[in-house]
Design a protein around this ligand. Sequence first.
Ligand code: NAP
Length: 315
Amino acid sequence: MSTANTMRAISQDVLGGPEVLKEVEREIPKPGPSEVLVRVHAAGLNPTDWKHRAHGNFLKPPFVLGWDVSGVVEAVGLGVVIHEPGDEVFGMLPYPFGVGAHAEYVTAPARAFARKPAEVDHTQAGALPLAALTAWQALVDTADVRPGQRVLIHAAAGGVGHLAVQIAKARGAYVIGTASSGKHEFVRGLGADELIDYRETDFTEAVGDVDVVLDTVGGDYRSRSLRTLRPGGLLVTLLVSGTSELAEEAEGLGVRAVEMLVEADQTGMRAIAELVAEGKLRATVAEVFPLADAAKAHAAGDTGRTVGKLVLQVR
Ligand SMILES: NC(=O)c1ccc[n+]([C@@H]2O[C@H](COP(=O)([O-])OP(=O)(O)OC[C@H]3O[C@@H](n4cnc5c(N)ncnc54)[C@H](OP(=O)(O)O)[C@@H]3O)[C@@H](O)[C@H]2O)c1
């Protein structure tokens, strides 16, 4: 139970399965200079949450996970002029070290947030930030996808993939997606032009002459995807190795490859808000869990079979 100065949060002291997640009581943080304090209404979950829970990656326990926020500004720190108490905002906390959205309140740089579009509720807005920013930064900032270009999106029914399909269509691209056949109707409904059942068909044989590949799978998909590109085409992979091997392999094939990590980004959040307001971008929310059931949400995410997004309802 939280009091006037305390809040509920989901924390862990050790790495492990969903059972390591515990509801704890914490002091409500205070916004520092150029920060805002946001009362979290909904917070999406992403594979990076279950990866950090299990393996730590960039973080050392104890920590509170969660990078996605939709909520209401409760207080502003020194010098903040772009938001004021009462504003409805959504955004991604700085990745990776600004983490902590799976709590009733969070502080973050004011410019991590943009105004939540009035057209959607907090659950919908909370599902978007990390996955939509990833898709936007990969397809628009990095690849500069243009009308008529052929874009291949792997795991097109997943959290990033289903938003990437919509963003690529909004840019006027011809979109090819990989997904198991049971999910084809869903992805077609988002606007995809062509779908490949990667379980039945080798995508490197089924698709070619691609301008941009968004790789959300990794492993041998990184190297195999290079074979689908037209000369000069670009692979953006989200599964980062920190080595130059893939870029070198791409160069040898006359194509390009980059490894990308998503960044907190108000310009990107504003672009996403605009697409949402125009009705061109919606998150499909597979399941909503109360904050106290974060472990159940992690268990669902752990399966790697989610269609769209999982969201924690905090308020
Ligand atoms: N670098 C970054 O900044 C960044 C940002 C965001 C995400 N990521 C990473 O990108 C990956 C995807 O994230 P996400 O949120 O989209 O995950 P997700 O929502 O958990 O993806 C689930 C989807 O992946 C599909 N899938 C699994 N294996 C597949 C395969 N071999 N081929 C095609 N589809 C496959 C599943 O469909 P089926 O049931 O049909 O297989 C399922 O619908 C994760 O590893 C995540 O950590 C990285």
